[in-house]
Design a binder for this molecule. Structure first.
Ligand code: NAD
Ligand code: DAU
Length: 351
């Protein structure tokens, strides 16, 4: 096996921490560098189990700081980059779009420049893997799926910033020959999910007997994938994807929000040994998200046919593992929901 140095950005976040763990465990011969600014969404507690591994290093750095990023690239000489650092929450992008431009667009360009600079146009054996979202494709009606050929049509400031970063990544491939791959994934769920997002927010609120806020009529549809299956897809595309190509990642697993929350309520009641219907009484329909995309659904045929990718768990198994993790890790949930989270929650849900 080849020794490599892989720099993973955003490795202290939800998905990043699972990607870091997957790589540290699976590739002991690689050096894994986790570069993260530790914003409200980054948490080194997510990586306690691997923090002392010999092939793991953490660096606190902000990708908007071009000079610091270049210095780190020069010092560590990564031959691979897996870029997950981002502002990731759509609702926050509606209140503060500029932060999304800074990290998601400028930060990505800083990383591309640093990679291009240290690789000095000798791109043999190098790879820049940009982790993106299905939200760049905009919204679907009741039918059809997003393929890699679907035209970009972002609607929220978050998805506009991710679409822009995807375009820059492709531009560096087309203009300078930088060896890039992009993955566009559907909604993730699983352990360590920050409780601003629908599933962990509802689990946290059920445990605290608080209303479960459903935007609009609850008929909005998302395609859910267990986070460890996203990490496995990233591993596959990073190693075997074709330079310059994009790969959609998803679970062929669509749920309307209201049905998903009802299923979640049912499973939590079962696990807590309470009568069915207890948690569902907390469901509360609230004001809709502005510009709310109706439906996302991924056609994951390309990654399946070309790279043999298949999710490893069913949604029922994944959701059950997720609830079990949150029930066993209530201290984690309490620590990330104190302080600033309280202010965020009050502002967001008193509108
Ligand atoms: P997250 O918000 O949980 O974590 C983001 C991480 O990036 C945090 O650790 C944070 O500290 C770090 N970060 C933020 N700004 C930074 C900066 N300026 N410099 C360095 N680090 C910074 O996000 P996530 O849900 O884990 O998403 C990770 C990536 O995957 C994002 O690029 C997101 O767009 C993409 N994605 C997410 C989903 C999903 O369902 N969550 C689905 C598809 C794609
Ligand atoms: O599709 C991939 C995207 O999935 C990622 O790129 C984003 O980073 C990630 O945050 C996620 O975006 P969503 O906006 O789909 O996720 P969220 O959990 O915020 O919302 C899921 C659905 O639930 C969406 O239709 C909005 C709705 N919702 C959300 C919240 C937070 C509610 O009804 N109530 C809520 O309180």
């Amino acid at each position: 096996m080849k020794n490599r140095t892989i720099l993973i950005t955003g490795g202290a976040g939800f998905i990043g921490s699972h990607v870091v763990r997957e790589f540290v465990n699976k590739y002991p011969e690689y050096q894994i560098i986790n570069l993260d600014a530790l914003t409200y969404a980054g948490n080194l507690e997510n990586l306690k189990d691997i923090e002392n591994r010999e092939n793991y290093t953490f660096i606190k750095a902000d990708i908007t700081d071009a000079a610091h990023i270049l210095e780190i690239f020069k010092q560590y000489q990564p031959d691979g980059v897996i870029h997950l650092a981002a502002e990731s929450h759509v609702d926050r992008s509606i209140t503060n779009p500029t932060a999304f431009v800074m990290t998601n667009v400028i930060g990505t360009v800083n990383l591309l420049n640093a990679a291009k600079e240290i690789w000095k146009d000798n791109f043999e054996g190098k790879r820049f893997h940009h982790v993106s979202t299905d939200e760049v494709y905009g919204t679907l009606g009741e039918t059809r799926l997003f393929t890699e050929e679907t035209a970009y049509d972002p609607h929220s400031p978050y998805s506009a910033s991710k679409a822009s970063s995807d375009h820059f990544v492709r531009a560096y491939h087309d203009t300078y020959g930088l060896p890039v791959v992009i993955t566009n994934c559907s909604n993730n769920y699983g352990p360590n999910h920050f409780p601003e997002k629908l599933i962990p927010l509802c689990i946290h609120n059920i445990l605290n007997n608080k209303p479960l806020p459903i935007y609009g009529d609850g008929k909005f549809t998302r395609d859910w994938l267990f986070v460890i299956d996203h990490a496995k897809a990233i591993d596959l595309v990073f190693h075997n994807g074709k330079n310059g190509d994009s790969y959609n990642v998803g679970g062929f697993n669509e749920w309307q929000n209201i049905d998903l929350v009802k299923e979640l309520c049912k499973q939590v009641d079962e696990k807590l040994g309470r009568p069915e219907g207890t948690a569902a009484q907390l469901i509360s329909f609230v004001k809709d998200r502005p510009g709310h995309d109706l439906r996302y659904a991924i056609d994951a045929t390309k990654i399946n046919k070309e790279l043999g990718y298949k999710p490893s768990v069913t949604f029922e198994e994944g959701l059950s593992k997720t609830i079990d993790w949150f029930l066993a890790n209530q201290e984690w949930l309490d620590s990330v929901t104190s302080g600033d989270y309280q202010k965020y929650y009050e502002t967001q849900y008193s509108k």
